[in-house]
Design a protein around this ligand. Sequence first.
Ligand SMILES: Nc1ncnc2c1ncn2[C@@H]1O[C@H](COP(=O)(O)OP(=O)(O)OP(=O)(O)O)[C@@H](O)[C@H]1O
Ligand SMILES: [Mg+2]
Length: 1015
Amino acid sequence: LVSLRRVRLVMESALTARDRVGVQDFVLLENYNSEAAFIENLRRRFRENLIYTYIGSVLVSVNPYKELEIYSKPQMERYRGVSFYEISPHIYAVSDNTYRAMRTERKDQCILISGESGAGKTEASKKILLYYAVTCPTNDHMAALGDRLLQSNPVLEAFGNAKTLRNDNSSRFGKYMDVQFDFRGAPVGGHILNYLLEKSRVVHQNHGERNFHIFYQLLDGGEDDLLITLDLERNPQKYQYLVKGNCPRLSSVSDKNNWKVVMKALPVIGFTEEEVQKLLNIIASVLHLGNTQFGEGEEGETYITTETQIHHLSKLMGVDGSALGEALTHKKLTAKGEEMISPLSFEQALSARDALAKAVYGRTFTWLVEKINQSLALKDELYHSSKGSSVIGLLDIYGFEVLQHNSFEQFCINYCNEKLQQLFIELTLRSEQEEYETEGIAWETVQYFDNKIICDLIEEKHKGIISILDEECLRPGETCDVSFLEKLEDALGGHPHFVTHKLANGKTRRVMSREEFRLLHYAGEVNYNVNGFLDKNNDSLNRNLKEVMCQSDNQILQHCFRREEVIDQKRPEMAATQFKNSLMKLMEILMSKEPSYVRCIKPNDAKQPGRFDEVLVRHQVKYLGLMENLRVRRAGFAYRRRFEAFLQRYKPLCPETWPNWHGRLSDGVSTLVSHLGYKPEEYKLGRSKIFIRFPKTLFTTEDALEAKKPEIGCLGVLYMHVCVCVVIVIQSGWRGMKARRRAKRRRQAAELIRRFIKGFIYRHEEYCPENEYFLDHVRYSFLKNLRQNLPKSVLDKNWPTPPPLVAEASEHLRRMHMRNMTLKYCRRVQPEWKKQMMQKVEASKIFKDQKDSYPQSVGRLFLDSSHVSPFASQYGVSVIKYDRRGFKPRPRQLLLTNTFAVLVDRTKIKQRMDYSAMRGISVSSLSDGVFVVHMPSEDNKQKGDVVLHCSHVIELVTKLAMMANKVSYVNISPGSIRFAVARGKEGIIDFVRGSELKVAKGKRGHLLVVSQRLY
Ligand SMILES: Nc1ncnc2c1ncn2[C@@H]1O[C@H](COP(=O)(O)OP(=O)(O)OP(=O)(O)O)[C@@H](O)[C@H]1O
Ligand SMILES: [Mg+2]
């Protein structure tokens, strides 16, 4: 029972919320034909500061007249890339959706913003631009473009906006702006088209209204010097064109601040200082024109009473003053090929002056737009040719206007809206139809009012109101506004959408004046007063005034007034036709794009926040054609949603789809809706979307979901509980496993230690199970250690001490390693080095431990060859030869060849010793260098033994012995050496140790050699 009550409560609160804030899409209104329900929904949302509501893809926006915290950067982020319907309606959602459609479908888009004056169109368009400037990627190449797009706004507003009774910042021109994006989605270019500037405002303002902002901004914000150069005074009351509305100042706007903003913006959008000056000269000229006054002479001639103004004008416009004065008071006519000058009446002069002011201002405004376009234009040829780029167009144009007195301007504006409505119907139906087709749903004919009949009534060639107006303007003879009205009656009488006082029945006649015609627009009836229609359509400027302007030295005016215009006799197109043609072009542009719509509504006339004036809103809902929009949109199905989104949201309502559906999406949706009891006429399944015909069906489903939420909540709690339990089980399992692993590792470690200890105890035993692990370990450790500490060179004799167990193996390894290293070393040895080694080995064999000076010689390399001689000797060295008798020392060279040795005194051979005859070589065991080569004396060729001294005795004797192949013939005598002297006699050399080396004749005719002691 409690849960039932809770369910009801939840249901009620959901419904109350809907009651309180209304539906966010009008298609969900139960009674979509009821205007009251429509307005009530708007009001509810407005009260909650929910200013945006959809009609399908159309955004309805109500001006809050206060700053809402919904345009910040985080808000932009919220809407970025999010599906249109998933989030509350917003201008950013439209912006983002359009942008994404452009990017993904590669199709140009446009956003059409309409609504009556003060409804928030311009604000909406600025928000869209800001959204793109902030959220789109920037193109380095065109980094400043976003800036220029944004900065073009204050400039256009200064020159094209004015305070009216309805809006303090009313755009007095229609604006269509293209923003071009490159293939990456970065804005790279822009272009503006302007429509029908309200030029009449330059010369006249209704009470409580102002001229264009720029005049007041200049007078309020311009520096003193600037005003002096422009011959202006700071007081707007001084200027006739600014006093008509008796409203020089605005409480809501600071002209001074805005002046600064404009002056800052102009250079950003590419204005040079000179251009700014010329532009301001023109603005000042308009004010001076307004102050140009005329007098009437006695003979009815008109003359200028304010010569100073002409002087200022001539200076500022760069024209001839007297020519200007003449042109302002006379007109030039061409009759039968002859030019005639005729004076103007006082009134004619005034209107010529005003016409000039309007023409100058209007054309300068067009020039300004062109100039901005140059600054926004795509500069890079690459982008021009780039197929990847796409465009988003923004149309900020006057909505239906129904005033107390409606004139030519309202006629044009409402015609424009009629065209836009036609476009809207066409495109909406087209897109609906396309969607049905792609979804494979049969198209059901939608009943709607086709306003083609009204468009034709206005624009049809020869028969339409515009054609008749043009005809009347051009017709020779007396023409006036009333004659135009009569022509209309003649031509259009009987048309179901056209009525005049004369054509109307009694009831209508009572509310219409005789100077009015009534059009039954798609949005409602509007009475137009014909007064001024002809003049405004003519929009003519006397030819002589044009001629004067052509000669201006102000470049902007030169650009605005072309010489060809004067020469060309062809009459320019009338204003209405011009407008019609520009609208045709606009329609073409819009038709080529995918449209989105923003319909702006003004909640009250007092510009106050929080006030919702129902009558005013109803009026706008009607004239904006919103009910018609809704009817077209609702003609088929109220609601459509992609399968996945629908299933995701409502799956808890069906046991088969909850918590997850694993089959095909369409089957899931089908299962879900049949569980919910949808009747066949209530819905259709397309290829990827479900279409629901009535909002009620959806609301029932939505309410069921609300009611289900607590249950889903309980399920959620249960689910949480189960999750917690599962987590606990997993946790404990994991912990247990970790503990078991740890215990196992400990057990293994203990076992290991035990085996180790046992092994250590049995280490001296034979290899057995008790010590096998330990011994293996010892072996393994030794080998591992050995591997890292092997000697690196042959001379390195270190070797890790092996445990006794592996001593034998270690020794084998050591030898193997040594052999290996030696082998490697030998392989690396060069031939000379090898020879050296062999000699050293021989020297070692002969002298090691035999002669004192041997150890010293070990470190010294033996020379290869000391001298070059004619004997192709292998070796040569300086020696001292001692005579055998008398022991006289004689310096000689001893040269060794391959077969003999020879003693040479300079170049003379003193003695030749054949190796074959050599009987031996004797040296002492001390450190002296004396040696004796024993040669046979009986041989004639040989002279007997030779006593020699050489400081490299080890090297010399080794080489000699080796070359003579008489190594074993070397004797080392410890005390004395005997040698043969001629004829059987013997000489003796005695060797003793002493303090220094000495070789001298000793006792008994011996040679005494004292060798140095070596320590
Ligand atoms: N979204 C908004 N938030 C806050 N204020 C707004 C918003 N939209 C409009 N306004 C207020 O309303 C004023 C009029 O809006 P805006 O100038 O955009 O109207 P408009 O539809 O362009 O009128 P017009 O046809 O006269 O140019 C703005 O100056 C601003 O004060
Ligand atoms: Mg505007």
